[in-house]
Design a binder for this molecule. Sequence first.
Ligand code: PMP
Length: 341
Amino acid sequence: MWSDSILDTIGNTPLVRLQTLGRDLPCTVLAKVEFFNPGGSVKDRIGMAMIEDAEAKGELKPGGTIIEGTSGNTGAGLAIAAIAKGYQCIFTTTDKQSPEKVDVLRALGAEVIVCPTNVAPDDPRSYYSVAKRLSTEIPNSFYPNQYDHPANTEAHYRTTGPELWDQTDGRITHFIAGAGTGGTISGTTKYLKEQKPSVKAIGVDPYGSVYAEYWRTGEFKESEIYPYLTEGVGEDILAGNMDFSLVDDYVQVDDKTSMRMTRRLAREEGLFVGQSCGMAVAGALDWLRAHEGELTEEDVVVILLPDSGFRYLSKTYDDEWMRRNGFLEEPDTLTLEDVLA
Ligand code: PMP
């Protein structure tokens, strides 16, 4: 048995029950583990979808160049699909993203332009603006714009949602995820609610992003925007793919809690995952504990874990980086020197 192309191995990722975290709760808590995708993240699901849509509309022609702003994971998904289809890739990203992500994009043959993080989205130096400008200046280029491209949400409606429905045999009651473009939470939830309207979607947002407050008040508040370190989730814009009407509740998590939970997932569950996974699990456990009285053993909760720990070895999994950012007070591993002292 073999796959015809690496692209055929995207999706159908495992759903794994958490063994220790959340075992105090009456419900079943499951993790959808997206690092099993060939590009290492949930965003592989949207790369091919956006490219094929562009081909069908004549926006992308043979030998063309794909230009996208990405925190890294969408770039990997696009790059894998571009290789199969013979396109070039140029990605813009920000200096906030881990060097491992830029290395992955370059390893997959893409050109990467690193832009400053802490500038307004409409600043000409922002990674949104640079991607947009390059796409107008480079001939035969295509700018997918994952924030607004409907194929992003549709890919999750077509794959992630049905997978969760089938894997839980229709027993899923809660879907919990962070959001960047919003494609994952919007597409998956739309499908699940169509099957069973009682399914609840809970969004998890990092402090420093506008989403949670926008969901609560309907107002875009500049005061909510400040720098944070958790990568790939939360926004300083309202992405077209983020459908707030599908979300039933929102929780917020700070960087320290997200980073520490990421490490606990590795050490206590053997789930070597990325920062936004720690954020999603920390937010999920907070929400579930606050609603424990309403939960029964019939409830089946799924938390989506977007990517792999390999992308954060120089950050969340590095003690020195954790201490420098105030996320780790004490060294939590003993060195040989400590033992011999
Ligand atoms: N986590 C990580 C690490 C990501 O890269 C992304 C994509 N930006 C997300 C979560 C959020 O996914 P979505 O864009 O579908 O909301």
